[in-house]
Design a protein around this ligand. Structure first.
Ligand SMILES: Nc1ncnc2c1ncn2[C@@H]1O[C@H](COP(=O)(O)OP(=O)(O)O)[C@@H](O)[C@H]1O
Ligand SMILES: [Mg+2]
Length: 410
């Protein structure tokens, strides 16, 4: 999909045709506030599709007479999934039902569809003031491998730590989406009072404050949300709630790093969808590379743009029979990150329940993670900080999952 605005512009507005004055008027109001030229869309349905591909800073939408319609309910769901997106509702008449409908949909500003520059400008100011600066929404990195044991969890933890050290004003959230295994709890020797199980029990009422209260106290500016301890005791989070969780974390943390299961479930898919970058982990052996090849195929079918996926090769040694070029040929992709093998550093860190960077300061693996973080942070994905292109917004997560499974492809 073509970029909706000129490069360098920070804010984007999507406006449903006919919901507000002419394009010129909208641009006159928005451009001085750092917006790219507005993107006009033909319908609420098209707006929903485009929000899913890359949430804009602001949407201007028509509120249906009486305040309800099928499309409008879908839009309301989408707005909840993107709490950092500002919305202005418009209608020809401001009758009580219509205004109430807008409020129920979570649209905080409501103006007449024939509003002039002054009224529109005031509404834009108010609505932007109420939302955290969208240009500053955090980046989400999802670490994934179809095969276990290649270092997914080690990399997720280490990258979250390295990102948080780049700048003393920035924090990371490290989220353990594994539904099996002890995960971060053991790796970082944590025994938190709350975990994903607590989050799952509150899935329909998540907010930023609650999440701040369930993550661990930050260590070196990294807060962790561990997997549920008693896996049978709770349902895992469904795709929808996982998406909401990630968007809420994105508002609060400069970096959210998600460690995922090796199989596809709602949580994994939500994490892959929401990611600005997927860090696809592999190693220099035939079985790992084959499985990575299959993952790339699945990602292509999910509609992810190629640049969303970065390949991380782990445990590189001089003895590997496969060269970097050889691996790149097999994958048909270039390798973004090359991490050296350091058994002592990793096993020591895990035994001590520490980040590897704290345990083995001088390891070349630690420098590699620092370089990786600097490169990731130096390439934020989209101007509005939310380039979570899933490229396939027409399909809900469950239907996309079933399509994937029906093709027996993971
Ligand atoms: N670069 C590395 N060098 C040496 N050992 C590593 C490296 N990365 C990971 N490991 C080790 O490999 C094992 C599997 O790593 P883990 O992160 O649990 O994999 P996954 O989450 O993919 O199953 C762990 O014992 C970990 O310490
Ligand atoms: Mg793991």
């Amino acid at each position: 999909m073509a970029s909706p605005a000129s490069p360098g512009a920070r804010r984007f507005a999507f406006v449903v045709n006919g919901s507000a004055g002419p394009e010129d008027l909208l641009n006159a109001v928005l451009e001085p506030r750092g917006f790219a030229p507005v993107v006009m869309v033909s319908s609420v349905a098209e707006l929903i599709t485009r929000i899913r591909v890359g949430a804009p800073t602001l949407v201007v939408v028509p509120v249906p007479a009486g305040g309800t319609s099928a499309d409008f309910s879908l839009l309301a769901m989408e707005l909840r999934r993107h709490p950092t997106m500002a919305a202005i509702g418009t209608a020809a008449s401001k009758d009580a039902d219509t205004v109430l409908g807008a409020m129920r949909a979570g649209i905080p500003e409501f103006i007449s569809s024939t509003a002039g520059a002054e009224e529109l400008s005031a509404a834009v100011s108010r609505v932007l003031a109420n939302f955290s600066l969208p240009g500053q929404a955090g980046q989400v990195y999802t670490v994934y491998a179809a095969k276990g044991g290649v270092g997914t969890s080690m990399i997720a933890a280490s990258v979250s730590w390295a990102l948080a050290q780049l700048d003393a004003t920035r924090e990371s959230a490290l989220v353990d989406f594994n539904t099996a295994g002890a995960g971060m709890r053991v790796m970082l020797n944590l025994s938190p009072s709350y975990d994903m199980g607590s989050v799952a029990m509150r899935a329909d009422r998540l907010d930023r404050e609650y999440l701040r209260s369930v993550v661990t106290q930050p260590v070196d500016r990294v807060s962790v949300l561990t997997a549920a301890e008693e896996l049978d005791a709770v349902e895992s989070l469904d795709a929808e709630a996982s998406g909401v969780l990630i968007e809420l974390l994105r508002q609060d943390y400069a970096y959210t790093v998600i460690d995922t299961d090796h199989h596809f479930n709602g949580q994994t898919l939500a994490a892959l969808d929401a990611a600005d970058r997927i860090l696809l982990v592999t190693q220099f052996d035939v079985s790992a590379l084959r499985s990575t090849q299959r993952s790339l195929g699945v990602f292509a079918r999910l509609g992810y743009p190629a640049e969303k996926v970065m390949i991380v090769t782990n445990r590189r040694t001089d003895r590997d029979r496969i060269s970097v070029q050889g691996a790149e040929r097999v994958l048909g992709r270039s390798i973004s990150f090359l991490l050296p093998n350091d058994y002592n550093a990793c096993s020591g860190a895990i035994t001590q329940g520490q980040f590897v960077q704290r345990y083995a300061t001088a390891s070349p693996l630690v420098s590699a993670f620092a370089g990786m973080a600097a490169k990731l942070a130096g390439q934020p994905v989209s101007a509005n900080g939310n380039g979570n292109g899933n490229g396939n917004g027409k399909h809900s997560v469950p239907s996309r999952l079933s399509r994937l499974f029906s093709r027996k492809s993971s």
